[in-house]
Design a protein around this ligand. Structure first.
Ligand SMILES: C[S@@+](CC[C@H](N)C(=O)[O-])C[C@H]1O[C@@H](n2cnc3c(N)ncnc32)[C@H](O)[C@@H]1O
Length: 218
């Protein structure tokens, strides 16, 4: 998966997932992601009435564009300027520019600052060495009363045993995030959802750790 031919040290792994690593990944000609929306987003959000949404770690904007097409007014957030520039270009090509805007921010320092959204979502944002409990707490501050928080990431798995220790510490199970959730949220989904992906031509079974919670309206 790393393509380095040796197990990465913690420092190398951390560098890959800090802003400079992501800027480099998003600087080439080729798109990094498929552009398709993430399956847990589609599964959980399709039935909701559209409103305002924030997608943190939005990458090239696949989920932002899907939400905008469903009628949401969406802010895509990421710490990578190159990623955000790509996402904005893709949103323009998809004809949803007027339903999208962009915010360069590090989720680990995220502060809602008075902004609130009917949906806050994040998929596969894995700070090196972990930190998603705190990120969950920070993102929950931006959820409007009655709104939803959806956090999805890779569950720890044998599939990842070849990765560095830092990578592996970045994986999480959905229930591990619960301490980050304020008391005025009701937990609707907390589970690891199986999914099959094709990597280098080989089918691999993975699990999406999925936390969906709703902030009580009063
Ligand atoms: C694995 S990609 C996932 C992109 C997109 N959510 C998707 O599922 O296709 C992770 C994204 O999160 C961004 N990211 C990673 N750590 C971040 C952080 N601490 N704050 C903001 N963005 C971050 C990266 O730049 C990258 O675009």
């Amino acid at each position: 998966m790393s393509g380095h031919g040796h197990e990465l040290t913690d420092e190398e792994a951390a560098a890959m997932f800090e802003p400079a690593g992501w800027e480099e990944r998003y600087s080439g000609e080729e798109t990094v992601w498929s552009g398709n929306p993430n399956p847990q987003l589609v599964a959980e959000i399709s039935g909701l009435a559209p409103g305002t949404a924030l997608d943190v770690g939005c990458g090239e904007g696949g989920d932002v564009i899907w939400l905008a097409r469903q009628g949401w007014k969406v802010t895509g957030a990421d710490f990578s300027a190159n990623g955000l520039a790509r996402a904005a270009r893709h949103a323009e090509q998809a004809g949803v520019r007027d339903r999208t805007d962009w915010w360069q921010v590090d989720a680990r320092a995220f502060a809602a600052g008075g902004r609130s959204y009917d949906l806050v979502t994040t998929h596969f944002l894995h700070p090196p060495d972990g930190g998603m409990v705190e990120v969950t707490g920070r993102l929950s501050e931006a959820v409007a009363p009655g709104g939803h928080l959806l956090v999805v990431g890779h569950a720890p798995s044998e599939v990842f045993t070849h990765l560095s220790a830092s990578h592996r510490r970045a994986m999480f199970r959905a229930e591990e995030l619960l301490p980050g959730l304020p008391g005025d949220f009701d937990v609707l989904v907390v589970e690891q959802r199986p999914r099959t992906v094709v990597r280098d031509g080989v089918s691999v079974d993975v699990h999406d750790s999925t936390l969906l919670a709703r902030r009580r309206a009063d």
